[in-house]
Design a protein around this ligand. Structure first.
Ligand code: CP
Length: 308
């Protein structure tokens, strides 16, 4: 089976193929979708809240002619609440559908699921671990907005410890030449050592600081993130991290005219609404790109697993 479990599994050639496939999906959507996966079923298994990831995956499957099953909140309404293991849940769903999209609270949950699944598993976020499909749509957006990824200076800002999207995005960016990453965070949510170790292994230049102002005028991409309140051990620790980096009109004035601002969303005030009308604010366009990337991923998973 072709699973999507983490961003390290993607090499440059596969990324280019996926981005070409996503571009083609933009055309499919414009034509009102197609029926290529009619009769196929995607299970949407979300143990954590989601707006974009779940609904864009479900929309993607419908756009490809397939059906979707799932509970509104798997933590509450699946038999997990009765004590069923994740492994048994996955074994059962494997018999009902053709692909599983899963978000879970535990790091590594998607890998556990894939071990017992007879159908492809797509990781839609595993705790504070990874969010590979988000990183794929982020990279697709950067390429679409700026025409390239090689050579870009990218600032990842905010909660770099619990924010899983920046882990996955780092792994994706490690495929590109001469990229420079600025990790800018409060001291208690710095980028994890294992991510830095991977960047070192791949020879990617990066710097760590808590100073957004000093890089704002030179970066190509500002990737802002939410402080993940729900993952902190205490309210006190959360409050130490909250509110330190705000993207507002004043910061935008200091950024380059050809730069772009991204955010995986949801936001909680770390980008002020006055920024939304700036043409460099790409975060809503980024969310739409999630549909195309996820259509391409579903298509690849089903096609490669079933020889369809
Ligand atoms: N970006 C993202 O994962 O959003 P949701 O939590 O709404 O899916």
């Amino acid at each position: 089976n072709y699973h999507v479990l983490g961003a390290k599994q993607f090499e440059r050639e596969q990324l280019e193929e996926l981005f070409d496939a996503a571009k083609a999906m933009e055309g499919v959507v414009k034509r009102g979708g197609d029926r290529r996966h009619e009769g196929r079923i995607m299970t949407s298994l979300f143990f954590e809240a989601s707006t974009r990831t779940r609904l864009s995956f479900e929309s993607a499957m419908h756009r490809l002619g397939g059906g979707v099953i799932g509970t509104e909140n798997a933590a509450q309404f699946s038999s997990a609440i009765k004590g069923e293991t994740l492994e048994d849940t996955i074994r059962i769903i494997s018999g009902y559908s053709d692909v599983i999209v899963m978000r879970h609270t535990d790091i590594g949950a998607a890998k556990r699921a894939a071990k017992v699944s007879s159908i492809p598993v797509i990781n839609a976020g595993d705790g504070a671990g990874e969010h590979p499909t988000q990183a794929l749509l982020d990279a697709y957006t950067i390429r679409k907005e700026l025409g390239r990824i090689d050579g870009l200076h990218i600032a990842m800002v905010g909660d770099l410890a619990y924010g899983r999207t920046v882990h996955s995005l780092s792994y994706i960016l490690a495929n590109y030449q001469d990229v420079v990453v600025h990790y800018i965070s409060p001291d208690n949510v710095r980028i994890p050592e294992n991510v830095k170790q991977y960047m070192d292994e791949k020879g990617i230049r990066y710097a760590e600081s808590n100073d957004l102002d000093s890089v704002a005028g030179s970066i190509d991409v500002l990737y802002q993130t939410r402080i993940q309140k729900e993952r902190f051990p205490s309210l006190d620790e959360y409050e130490k991290a909250a509110g330190q980096f705000i993207v507002d009109a004043e910061l935008m004035d200091r950024m380059r005219k050809d730069s772009v601002v991204l955010h995986p969303l949801p936001r909680l005030g770390e980008i002020t609404e006055e920024v939304d009308s700036d043409p460099r604010a790409a975060y809503f366009r980024q969310a739409v790109n999630g549909l195309y990337i996820r259509m391409a991923l579903i298509d690849k998973c089903i096609t490669e697993s079933q020889g369809k």
